[in-house]
Each structure stands twice: as C-alpha cells, then as structure tokens.
Design a protein around this ligand. Structure first.
Ligand SMILES: [Cu+2]
Length: 172
C-alpha cells in the first residue's frame, strides 16, 4: 500500500509534463509578391517533437523555387532585401551540399504541382523558438521564396536569384 502515493505522484507529474510538451505554438506569415499582392501563407508550428515550416501558396510558374528562412522579419517590396541574409545562427555557409554548410534557414526547393500550387511541410532543423539565436529573436524572422531553384551549395544564397515572395512571421 505504501507504493500507491508514490505511483499517483508520478502519474500527476507525467500529466503535467505532457501537457506542457503538447502545447502547440503557431506563427503565421502572409506571403506577398513584390507588387504587394498576396500569394499564400506560411506557418511555423512548434510542437513537442520540434518545429516545422508549412507553405501553401500559388506557384510563381512551373518549376522549382528556392525557399529559405531569412534573418530579419521585414518584407519591404519590391526586392525584399530588408529580410536580410539566410537565417544562420550557427555561422555556417549555404547549402546541404556544401561541406561547410548549411544555414539553419536552408530548405529543399519548392516544386509547383499540377494545380499550380506550391505546398511544403518540413522540419526546421536545430531551431530554437524564442530568444537570441532562435527564430524569434529581437528582429524576428521572414520566409522568402526565390525566382529560381536553389543549387544547395553556392554561398551565400544558392544562386536562386531574385526574392519574389516574402512573409513576416507573427506569433499567436
Ligand atoms: Cu532566400
């Protein structure tokens, strides 16, 4: 009988922990073209098993398009240079095919589908959510989609050309 209170305590502790772990936080970004029109939406979703990035947007055309998280949550058109370089808290070079890579903000190319949409859902590797060096640091974070495919190796931008969509993530 003496084991029961201990067991109950463990169960309660387990519940409290799993409720915290299950708390989902979502940050949303409307994607804008350089002319100010809306192209779609992006989400950063934080769950107990990590952070993921979701994209649902009109395709800019047929083909593949580079996509990255950029270091500054600011999307001033038409060129979106205000979003700064790729999000890179670890100070690496660009690209998963680069021996000195990759940026934490590097992602696979988006590919337009038969409905002329671009859809993506994938993990944000080794990312913190909030604070210095995390996604939501003092200057925030943006997602940028480029006019060309990322070659996954050319530093610093994967030779992916102009920035054609940009979105600033807002929490809550
Ligand atoms: Cu980019």
């Amino acid at each position: 009988m003496r084991i029961f209170p201990l067991f109950a305590g463990l169960v309660l502790a387990g519940c409290a922990t799993s409720q915290m772990d299950n708390a989902t936080e979502v940050a949303t970004a409307k994607l804008y073209r350089g002319d100010g029109s809306e192209a779609g939406v992006a989400k950063l979703v934080r769950k107990s098993d990590g952070i993921s990035l979701e994209i649902a947007a009109a395709a800019p055309g047929q083909g593949s398009f580079g996509m990255h998280l950029h270091a500054v949550g600011k999307c001033d058109g038409p060129d979106f240079s205000s979003a700064g370089p790729h999000w890179n808290p670890a100070g690496k070079q660009h690209g998963h095919d680069n021996p000195a890579g990759a940026h934490a903000g590097d992602f696979p190319n988006l590919v337009s589908n038969a409905e002329e949409r671009i859809l993506f859902n994938g993990p944000v590797e080794s990312a913190g959510w909030e604070g210095e060096g995390a996604l939501f640091d003092a200057d925030g974070v943006a997602v940028v989609i480029h006019e060309k495919a990322d070659d996954y190796k050319t530093d610093p931008s994967g030779n992916s050309g102009k920035r054609i969509y940009c979105g600033v993530f807002t929490r809550g």
